[in-house]
Design a protein around this ligand. Sequence first.
Ligand code: RIB
Ligand code: CA
Length: 314
Amino acid sequence: MRDGKIPVIIDCDPGHDDAVALALAFGSGQFDVKGVTTVAGNSTVDNTYANALKFLSFIGVCVEVAKGAAKPLLRQLTVAPNVHGTTGLDGTDLGDSRLKGSGRSAVELLTEILRTSSEKITLIPTGPLTNIATLFLAAPEVKENVEQIVLMGGAALEGNWTPAAEFNIFVDPEAARIVFESGVPITMVGLDVTHKALIYPDEIEALRKQGRIGKAIAELMDFYGIFYRKQFKGNPVHDAVAVAAVMCPDIISTQHLNVSVETCGEFTRGMTVVDFRGVTGKDPNCNVALGLDRESFIDLIFDAVRKLDESGAV
Ligand code: RIB
Ligand code: CA
């Protein structure tokens, strides 16, 4: 770890909650972010790539950002404009990006970093797992240099895109199956905890007053809340929980269980089937997050955003 910072690569589909996850990762000062890769999910990959560049430039960060998969491994792409808007990051004007995107693809960047790193890298996917699955298919040897995968996706007991499936897994269940069966240590940060990771209106107002970046994130939460206010009293900041769980593992509580991904079900495509009682006899392959310390989680976000605003990034 350089300067005690955790080496990570973030694979994302910004995405309002992905943006908060990026702000937490870069603002916290806890991470050596080796690269950011983007994938189609919340919006098209052109949009998620542009959104990542714009948001990272807006928060004053310089990092290689690479464009990844435009569609799932086998299926047509499902996007979520009902949640994230037509751009994938509606709600505030981030201005043009001063960051130049990478000339490499997401899988090329992931492969290069993992092949050449002298230390194991933690992968933090917060969108569909298409890039990660493609990486493991194309360069399986790089798995040895992956410390762990802490992903936002799935759920033990609920779904949000269908009654059975969470969006990231639903979009590309074949990719998810490849990742869950990869043998790499996985922590699944699913809806069981991210539906507890609510940022409430009063907390959004406090962010708004914090500074330029706090105000922009509050505006993003205003837009994001249009969809979520129908279901919750706050906004579930799904993806930021995965980042928080890497920097503060005790912020979640987990059980080591077997998780299988349904790829064929008419009503259950993308379901993460969690074997709580070991009835399948299959070895546990995943730390399933079930509990969350919400207050500490929100404190981490406020602290990271404050540090970004104090950094004077303009
Ligand atoms: O189901 C929530 C997940 O889907 C989050 O990662 C959100 O950004 C969307 O990608
Ligand atoms: Ca996401």
